[in-house]
Design a protein around this ligand. Structure first.
Ligand code: ZN
Ligand code: ZN
Length: 141
């Protein structure tokens, strides 16, 4: 297959999708942009952003809006929860046993049509815990 017959927009989108998948761990648009520039030297941040929005709207990736941070993107689209480090803002998937924390919204008194919910776990990642540990503090002298 000759790549030059594939429309440029489609090729850009494919490269951006592959980059989100390769980067893993919930990259921001800036991080995707930095990684994608090697393959698409003339691409702009706004083009990358527009493509990420398109891919999210198509359900190929997930858009994560957490803790007022810049939007992150997730190549894992199946339902899963996240945990965010409050110190470095790293975001990881919560793996293992299914976590059930959400009460059934129908049990509450409200006048909303419920469309979904967001759950964000917060904590300190192992790197940040190591840094704040007294054993690693530089000595005063
Ligand atoms: Zn951290
Ligand atoms: Zn995730």
């Amino acid at each position: 297959v000759r790549t030059d017959v594939i429309p440029r927009n489609t090729r850009q989108r494919t490269v951006i999708l592959e980059t989100v998948r390769t980067l893993g761990n919930h990259p921001s648009a800036d991080e995707v942009f930095e990684a994608v520039r090697h393959k698409l030297p003339r691409v702009s941040l706004s083009t990358v952003y527009r493509n990420l929005e398109f891919l999210a709207n198509s359900g190929l990736i997930r858009k994560l809006e957490m803790g007022g941070l810049p939007v992150r993107f997730d190549s894992t689209v199946s339902p899963h929860f996240h945990i965010r480090c409050i110190s470095c803002n790293r975001i990881d998937d919560l793996r293992g046993r299914r976590v059930v924390v959400v009460e059934d919204a129908r049990d509450f008194d409200h006048d909303y049509e419920v469309l979904g919910y967001q759950v964000e776990f917060i904590g300190l990642c192992s790197n940040c815990r190591a840094e704040s540990s007294p054993h690693h503090e530089p000595s005063a002298c």
